[in-house]
Design a protein around this ligand. Structure first.
Ligand code: GRF
Length: 203
């Protein structure tokens, strides 16, 4: 299973995927890592692992459509089976999302459907929630709205700051994302009629 990973920043989820599938015998191969930010640390992580690291900088395009068309073409050069969004901080056009229907995953730092969009950790604290977490989901045109595959929960403690909570959530993200990629690579996980299906059972 060949994958392309899209990032915008640190790339700790990317690193978890690199580490999880580092054996030559593993069925998942990362064909390329693509960032919209030239300074993204995740690009260094890719290079260190001997993976092609590409920047398609959004600032060089004057519309979202033009950017997404270029991104699509760049990804298609690698003919991936799966596109993995790992902290890719851009909203994608419907055309782009549709091109990878059932073949694109995202990780979002909340227990979806709660707290779509940004600042999820602060939102969970402000709401007085007792728990928070991360969700891996298939990407559909609705932002952070595609079918959820797995969620991991963490407690929110009295006095937590958003960054303390983010750290706790990100630790969980690094556990669940490689697992989901592994399921997809083994064809155990599919999206059928906008539903996530694992081992033949709707999730
Ligand atoms: C993660 O918290 C992810 O859920 C969100 O962006 C962050 C990316 O972190 N979409 P990293 O770049 O993988 O370290």
């Amino acid at each position: 299973c060949s994958i392309v990973v899209l990032i915008s920043g640190n790339g700790s989820n990317l690193q978890a995927i690199i580490d999880h599938f580092s054996n030559k015998t593993d069925s998942v191969k990362i064909a390329a890592v693509i960032s919209n930010e030239p300074e993204a640390y995740g690009l260094q992580r890719a290079k260190q692992a001997g993976i092609e690291a590409v920047c398609v900088e959004h600032r060089n395009f004057n519309s979202r459509d033009a950017y997404d068309r270029e991104l699509l073409q760049t990804i298609e050069q690698y003919s991936p089976d799966l596109v993995v969004l790992a902290g890719f901080m851009r909203i994608l056009t419907t055309e782009f999302v549709t091109a990878f229907e059932g073949r694109m995953l995202n990780i979002h730092p909340s227990l979806l459907p709660k707290y779509k969009g940004l600042n999820t950790h602060q939102k969970a604290i402000d709401a007085g929630d007792e728990e928070h977490g991360a969700s891996v989901h298939f990407v559909t045109p609705e932002l952070d709205g595609g079918p959820v595959v797995v969620q991991s929960k963490v407690p929110i403690f009295e006095g937590d700051t958003a960054s303390e909570l983010a750290q706790r959530v990100q630790q969980q993200e690094r556990n669940i994302y490689p697992l989901v990629v592994d399921w997809f690579s083994k064809k155990r996980l599919l999206m059928i009629n906008n539903k996530a299906v694992l081992d033949g059972k709707e999730l």
